[in-house]
Design a protein around this ligand. Structure first.
Ligand code: AMP
Ligand code: ZN
Length: 117
């Protein structure tokens, strides 16, 4: 997917601050952080969102990496919020499956992080 920003980060064509990497997963800091820690965890393979038929091995690798990122960022004990936007109503802007890992401060109570109407 040459026109996908996150595929281009995986291939190294677009720079990113990499936090964690393994065979299947890359994690890098969000360009526009909404919390002191705001890291994106993505599968290296391209899936548009959870609406794609994402295999369980990939999902497992991504969420195992979420835990590793939390430890590396020092927020595994203090806690963190994970968000996966999928499709237009979620306001997903990058169509490559990603998990937001946000922490380092108390989040707003409830489910809303990015405000909406
Ligand atoms: P979403 O709205 O769930 O699709 O989130 C996409 C996220 O990707 C946003 O939080 C953006 O700040 C972030 N983002 C977009 N481009 C880049 C980039 N080149 N490097 C790091 N994060 C990015
Ligand atoms: Zn992609």
């Amino acid at each position: 997917m040459s026109d996908c920003i996150f595929c281009n980060i995986v291939s190294g064509e677009i720079p990113a601050t990499v936090v964690y990497e393994d065979d299947q997963v890359l994690a890098f800091d969000d360009l526009s952080p909404q919390a002191p820690v705001h890291t994106l965890v993505i599968p290296k393979a391209h899936f548009s969102s959870l609406a794609d038929d994402v295999d369980t091995a990939t999902l497992g690798a991504v969420f195992t990496a979420v835990r590793a990122v939390a430890v590396l960022k020092g927020i595994d004990q203090s806690g963190y919020r994970t968000i996966v936007n999928s499709g237009p109503d979620s306001m997903q802007t990058v169509e490559h499956l990603h998990v937001h890992v946000m922490g380092g401060r108390k989040m707003a109570h409830g489910m809303v992080v990015f405000s909406g109407d």
